[in-house]
Design a protein around this ligand. Structure first.
Ligand code: SF4
Length: 318
């Protein structure tokens, strides 16, 4: 398998680029995910010349605007430099399929960054790092996550599902889309989308029903935004149960009463949060594969990411 290009905050790979000369090595990234991805590391603060070690900066709301400024030296304002760095990085890696940012950083944080007033008091935790913010504006298609949140099984699976889906689309469809290829591509994702977000399942189906309305390139771009938005919704236990029940419908006349009960019981047990999805999914797949139906066989729902990552061995909270 060719490796998936992934942007990453450089300190997460164990590089000593933090303000204090340390790093924040994330073992999940370096020891597990590295098998499947090719990292594109960036430390925006070093890239703009702040040096290592460096004085602390933080998000200080100034005249109503989020600015990244020095704590000891408030005259230092690096916001514009970080924004420019994000623009350069977005230009340099248009092919990435995701980005893992370091949390709590005035440059890299995506969620819940502390914002301070000019008086030094904390205002709220509603900020976003200046580099991450601009990067995300420029590349809205790219799934992003913070390293700290990857410890949550549901968020981790959702992020990795999206980077594999985007990579799949880049390989199969990005450059030479045709109506046939687009339909074939999406037909593999149907049950996965159903598990993630039923309204998107209907919306994408309707959208793809008329492929002659616009140039195929335009439809393709709109399609991938719709698909990534759909997959951005976490596949909940309810969503996965719904997709499995629909797939079970194909078995109606192919399995006996006892097998039906056994399968139904396992899906139900999963829905109650008593076993991980891998339990009913394995049995469902076992039965369905015997039908030798290419449409069913090729569903990404079976393995949206490599089984070796073990992302489906956890009981989801919801
Ligand atoms: S969080 Fe971002 S800016 Fe800070 S050290 Fe890591 S890569 Fe550099």
């Amino acid at each position: 398998m060719d490796k998936i290009p992934l942007g990453v905050s450089k300190c997460l790979l164990g590089e000593p680029v933090r303000f204090d000369g340390g790093h924040k090595r994330n073992r999940y990234l370096t020891d597990v995910l590295s098998e499947y991805v090719e990292f594109r590391p960036v430390c925006p603060e070093v890239a703009i010349g702040l040096g290592i070690p460096r004085k602390t900066i933080r998000l200080i709301v100034t005249d109503g605007q989020d600015r990244i400024r020095g704590v000891e030296n408030p005259d230092l304002d690096v916001t514009d430099a970080l924004v420019k760095e994000a623009e350069l990085a977005a230009q340099a890696m248009p092919d990435i399929c995701g980005y893992v940012f370091m949390q709590n950083s005035p440059s890299c944080a995506v969620f819940g960054l502390k914002r301070y007033g000019t008086n030094g008091y904390s205002i709220d935790s509603q900020g976003r790092g200046a580099y991450a913010k601009r990067f995300m504006e420029l590349m809205p298609l790219i799934p992003v996550e913070e390293a700290g949140r990857l410890t949550d099984a549901g968020l981790r699976e959702n992020f990795i599902t999206r980077i594999f889906a985007l990579h799949d689309w880049r390989k199969q469809l990005q450059h030479n889309p045709t109506p046939k290829k687009l339909i074939e591509f999406y037909s593999r994702y149907k049950y996965q989308v159903m598990a993630h977000h039923v309204p998107s399942y209907f919306a994408i189906g309707k959208f793809l029903a008329n492929l002659s309305a616009k140039p195929i390139e335009e439809i393709n771009q709109q399609f991938i935004h719709m698909l990534m938005t759909a997959l951005g919704h976490k596949a909940s236990r309810k969503g996965n149960t719904n997709a499995m029940m629909h797939l079970r419908g194909y078995l109606k006349s192919h399995i006996n009463k006892l097998e039906k009960e056994e399968l139904g019981h396992l899906i139900e047990t999963y829905g109650k949060g008593q076993v991980p999805i891998i339990v009913p999914l394995t049995l469902l797949k076992h039965h369905l594969m015997k039908l030798d139906n290419p449409y069913l066989k090729n569903q990404t729902f079976w393995s949206p990411h490599p089984d070796a990552l073990g992302l489906r061995n956890f009981v989801l909270e919801h």
